[in-house]
Every structure is written in C-alpha cells, then in structure tokens.
Design a protein around this ligand. Structure first.
Ligand SMILES: *Cc1c(COP(=O)(O)O)cnc(C)c1O
Length: 320
C-alpha cells in the first residue's frame, strides 16, 4: 500500500485555515546565544502560541476540516498534554464536543487547561494501558472522529505552518532544528523547509532516554520502545508514525538527542537571558544546537521553541 503523504500545498492550505485564529508567533534572537555559538540563531516562539504550544496549529487545522456531521458528533484525542489542549481549544472555538484521553501522570496544568476548555477528560495509565486502543474504542462506540497527535496528514500540515512563518520572516536557513516526539512537528517543518529553503538541513531532536526516531531512521524501519523516562513529557512517545516516518526518512538530514541535564541548562538560559518560559521538550532544539560546535559556526539556524506549558512549581524545582 502506498501512503498518501501531505505536501507543502497542504501546509499552505493549513496556513490559510488557521490565519486569524492561531497567533503568528514572534521570532526572537539573542546576541548572547549568537556569540556563544558563532552563529545566527532564530527562535520561533511557539511557547507563546495559543494554549502554549505549536499543537494548536495541527489541532485547529484538523478540526476545521470536519464535515457538519463530524462536528455534531464530536472529536476524541489522546495526548500527554499539549495535543489534548490543542484539540480541546479548537473544539471549543468550532463548537465541537471533545473527549480527551490523558495519562494519569500528565502535568497538572495540562489536565486543568484541557478541562478548562470544556473537554471531557478520560484518564489512563501510560505505563500499562494502550491509549490508542481506548481512543479507537471510544470512536467506534460513540462515532467520534479520532484525531491522533501526530500521524495524520492534517495534523502534520498544520504543524508545518510554524516553520513556514519562520522562514518567510527571516529568510533561508542553513539548519532548522525541531523537537521530535511522534514526528508531526518535524515532518511538517521539513515540508516547509524543503519548499522555502531547499538547501536547509532539517534536524530533529529527541530525548536521549528515548531515541526511537534516531534508531528508526538509521535502521530503516519504525522502532518501538517503552515509554522513556525523561523530563521532556511532550516527547515521551513510544514510536513515530508511518506518515511521519516516510516524510522524515525523505526530508530530514539527521536526528540528534539531548539529555535532561542539557534541557534544564537550556531552560535556564531562556528564562534568565531571554525572559522566556519554555517547557523541557521545547528546549530540545537549542540543546542540540549547543552540541553542534564547528558545524554551527557562521550558519543561520532556525530553532523551534515548541511549547511553554510547564507547571510553575515544577519549573522552579528544575531550575533550583
Ligand atoms: C508534542 C510536542 C512535541 C513533539 O511533537 P511531535 O509532533 O509529536 O513530534 C514537542 N514539543 C512540544 C512542546 C510538544 O507538545
């Protein structure tokens, strides 16, 4: 079976759909960071996106395409947090009933925000239960449309709009770094980069504790792992998807990893020097940029700060 992969035209269509609803987030720079790396860094601040992460882009793009019938019956989604909030907020904006399946250990702010957007939350144990199964069951029993967090053409196309905005604003890049969980953000970013800055090297970054995407691209097939234990809760995925894998293996140059300690250091830098609250997963790109050494020198590097949803108490604890 051949997969029908989203293209850059789908990213453009998504951009039109989310225009005026999603924020066009700022691109920030830091002389300190530029000097430290000998490069020009452009930070795309999706931590300042609606609901606090880029996932609003893919969520809203997917729900906006529902038929009137799908809109009436409702949507179901499973997520460790940000996709949940993205679907919940998009559903509220579009008048669609939403059911969200969340792990019992999801960050308190993410659960509270999802409920706050009016969604019904169903809890599960991420170490013993299969959320995809729960999602499928709910969609079959109640006729709800399942919107997965990354392996869906409309989700991927929506996520690609952040990189599209970044490159349109700052011009062509030599390197683009984006975090990888299931690969929706990275594959969407790669579609945009290949169209707007063809020579740009697109690099994905995942937590050291769960380098399944890196192993998948190296081995030529999707590698499944146990839920990795890392502070990067937005990238605790067990595997990438067949759509995201296909795009990544075609358009992504490399996957790097960052340790939790490197993420905390990056988080501290953003807070202290740039006055930005970035959640641990959102720090993956910059943490990897700092590892590049000579490969970064003189380069124009785009970095997607993917989200800012971290409990304040947790944030303080990590930085203490
Ligand atoms: C979901 C998420 C990611 C990973 O995105 P994928 O599309 O699953 O690869 C990265 N950062 C944040 C903040 C997220 O919420």
């Amino acid at each position: 079976m051949t997969l029908s992969l989203p293209t850059y035209a789908d990213v453009e269509a998504a951009a039109a759909r989310i225009a005026g609803v999603a924020h066009r987030t700022p691109v920030m720079t830091s002389t300190t960071a530029n000097d430290a790396l000998g490069a020009k860094l452009f930070f795309k601040c999706e931590n300042l996106q609606r609901m606090g992460a880029f996932k609003f882009r893919g969520g809203y793009n997917s729900l906006a395409r529902f038929t009137p019938e799908q809109k009436k019956t409702g949507v179901v989604a499973f997520s460790s947090g940000n996709h949940a909030q993205a679907v919940a907020l998009s559903a509220r904006l579009l008048g669609i009933p939403a059911t969200i399946i969340m792990p019992h250990d999801a960050p308190v702010t993410k659960v509270a925000a999802t409920k706050g957007y009016g969604a019904e939350v169903v809890m599960y144990d991420r170490y013993t239960e299969d959320r995809e199964e729960i999602g499928k069951r709910l969609s079959e029993e109640k006729g709800l449309t399942l919107i997965p967090p990354y392996n869906h053409p409309d989700v991927i196309a929506g996520q690609g709009t952040a990189a599209k905005e970044l490159i349109e604003e700052v011009g062509e890049l030599d390197i683009l770094l984006a975090p990888v969980g299931g690969g929706g953000l990275l594959s969407g970013s790669a579609l945009a980069a290949k169209a707007l800055s063809p020579s740009c090297q697109v690099i994905g970054v995942e937590p050291e504790a769960g380098n399944d995407a890196q192993r998948s691209l190296k081995s030529g097939k999707i590698v499944h792992i146990d839920t990795p234990k890392t502070i990067a809760d937005g990238a605790q995925t067990q595997h990438i998807g067949d759509l995201t894998y296909a795009i990544m293996s075609r358009d992504v140059a490399e996957i790097r990893t960052a340790s939790d300690a490197e993420l905390v250091e990056a988080m501290r830098f953003f807070a202290a020097r740039m006055k930005l609250v970035v959640e641990p997963t959102g720090c993956l790109g910059f943490a990897a940029a700092r590892q590049l050494g000579d490969a970064a020198r003189g380069k124009r590097i785009g970095i997607i700060l993917s989200g800012g949803n971290v409990d304040i108490a947790r944030f303080c604890e990590l930085l203490a």
